[in-house]
Every structure is written in structure tokens, then in C-alpha cells.
Ligand binder design. Sequence first.
Ligand code: NAD
Ligand code: IPM
Ligand code: MN
Length: 350
Amino acid sequence: MKKRIAVVPGDGIGKEVIPAALSVVRATGADQSIDFTEFDWSADRYLKDGTTIPSDGFAMLERDFDAIFVGALGDPRVPTNIHAKEILLGMRFKMDLYANLRPVKLLDESLCPLKNVKPSDVDFVVVRENTEGPYVDSGGVLKQGTADEVATQEDFNTRKGVERVIRFAFDYARKHGRKKVLMSDKSNVMTFAGGLWQRVFKLVAVEYAEIQSSHMYVDALCMHMVRDPKQFDVIVTNNMFGDIITDLAAAIQGGLGMAASGNIHPGKTSMFEPVHGSAPPFAGKNIANPIGSILTSAMMLEHLGFTAEAEKINAAVLAAVQQKKTTQDVGGTLGTKECAAWIAETVSKS
Ligand code: NAD
Ligand code: IPM
Ligand code: MN
């Protein structure tokens, strides 16, 4: 049976990097075994007819697709960001994609802004909790617009949610031969939520005796990530800290244009997207780096069982980076399309 992938290019550079990545997927030949269906959910669609995602959208994605490939959502013409919230956060929350897996790998020394850091020094993954935290958008405003205004934003942490993402991190480590899992929080200040994370982390770690477990406060983690990224292997953290540290992590692997991610619930339809956003100032100029999306497509192929095809893509991306067949943000001179075409050609020859 063919695999079915829903494609949502979205806004801004999403409309460029997703077709670019799909051209690379086609070059592997995997498309012979995949049906792609494109959806126009985006700011354009929202501004046209008020649709963010149709009411049966999530059920349809879960029922009719094996994976979802998303570009980016966010457009200055929709200042409330309502469509991005409903589509992107909707998929993460309503489809219960609880583990946001964000690999951080430096492909070439020239891409790292840190001194004397080699590719072997930056090779870890962040497992970000993806369905809870302040992202549940619970809170409120009192006396808005007055000097007495009060705003609250609640941070949700459930035993079930914390435990399953920590378990995911340990299972991932075990499956991928990783030796260490580090949990990061701010339990010295956020004592209630942090207390739950601390207790559950210790309980789960016992079941994975062969894997070294440790803890770091998230502020210290940021400092260590810049000073000595080599120490990290698997990092598990909450939704908000995971968001922040993966932009920092992207920077040490060459920038947001290089970072890939998967939003995963084992056994369910999962969603794959580059870490970057729609980068409105870059949109429509053929300058966005397609590699984040290309590496994301490889993650998705691997998830669907196309392991050899995924490896070919990763190898071709490595060659592109080493030979500077890339966009300007990572030292090359090519446009989005030309970079993707070079990678696709390298894949077809391999
Ligand atoms: P952004 O990731 O879109 O861009 C930030 C900067 O990163 C850019 O100015 C650029 O310098 C660099 N960058 C990002 N992607 C790049 C690429 N492919 N190639 C080269 N350089 C790249 O973040 P932002 O400017 O904070 O947000 C813009 C919009 O995107 C907002 O509406 C935001 O909410 C949205 N957003 C969406 C997602 C998503 O859909 N997953 C993620 C982040 C931001
Ligand atoms: C990301 C983005 C999103 C997030 C935004 C666009 C809602 O920054 O995927 O990292 O905060 O999760
Ligand atoms: Mn982010």
C-alpha cells in the first residue's frame, strides 16, 4: 500500500522550501510509493474565506494520512496569528503529537559560529514536550487597558504528559544508541511544575539503567550549549524551554535554515516541519535555505520506513554543505531552487 502524505506549505518561505524538499524526495524514487495531497491552509486562504483548517481537518488527517509535511505558518497580514495557532498548534495539540523531536547536528565546521567546534562536537537531539505548558493558552486578563491590569498565563504540566515525553526521550536514546538523557527545567523557581518533572524523571530513569541521566537548569543549559555543546546527547524539556533552546541549538548548527523537526506520537499520524518560521522578509525571493525542510523530509521518510532513501538525502545534504552548493546564509551562492536541484541531482546519482 502506498503511504499517504498531506502537504501544507503554509505561508512565506514555506511555499518555496516545501516544493524544494519534495523535488528531493522525488529524486529518491520514494514518491513511487507515496501519494501526496496538498492543502492550501495558510494566511492567503484565511484572508480569502476565513478558513484556518476545516472543522473535520484533524480527524481527516488522522484517518487518511500516514504523515503530514508542513512548511511554516505566520503572516504579518494576520496579526493575531490565529490561523497559525489553529493549524500548527492545532495539529500538535488536537492530534496529540506529544514529542517534538529536534535533532541538532553540525554538518561542517564552517557553519558553526563557535570557535574551534567540529561536527563531532555538535550532535544531540532535543525532545520537546509538545502538548502542554503555557502553550495550552489558559489564562486571562482583568481590567485590561487600565493601570491595574492583570494578565495570567498558566503553565500546565500533567503527570501523564510529563511521563510520556520523558519515556519517549529514554526510548529514543535506547533505540538510537545514545548514552545520556538530560532533563532541563527551572525547578529552582517553578517549584510545582519542576517538582513534577524532577520526580517523574527520576522514576523513569531507573527503568533505563544503561542510560546515564542528569539534570540541568535551563539557564545554565543555554550557557553550556554555547561553551561546550559536545556534552549533550538527548535533552528532554518542556514546551516553552524546548522552543527557546532549539532556536539557540539551530544557531550552533548553522542557523534556522538548517534545523529539522518531527512532531511525533508513536503509532499515530505524525507531522514534520522545519524549525524555522515563514520568514516574511525572505519570502518570494528564492533565497530561503531549503535544507531544514530537506532534512525534515528525510526524517519523515525514515519515520515511514524509507530508510535508504532518507540516508541518501542526508548524504547529499552533507555533500552540498561541504561543497558550498548552498544558499547564502550557510556560505553558498545558490538560490533556494538551485540548492534543492543540486541536492536532488546528487540523490538521483547515488
Ligand atoms: P523565522 O524562523 O521565520 O525567521 C527568523 C530569521 O531566521 C529570519 O529572519 C532569517 O534570518 C532566519 N531564517 C529562518 N528560516 C530561514 C531559512 N529557511 N533560510 C535562511 N534563513 C532563515 O522566525 P520569525 O521571524 O520570528 O517569525 C516569522 C513568522 O513565522 C511569525 O509569524 C512566526 O510566528 C512564524 N513562525 C512559524 C513557525 C512554524 O510554522 N513552525 C516557526 C517559527 C515562527
Ligand atoms: C516553533 C515555533 C512555534 C512554537 C510558534 C510558531 C507557535 O516557534 O515551532 O518553534 O512556539 O512552537
Ligand atoms: Mn520556535
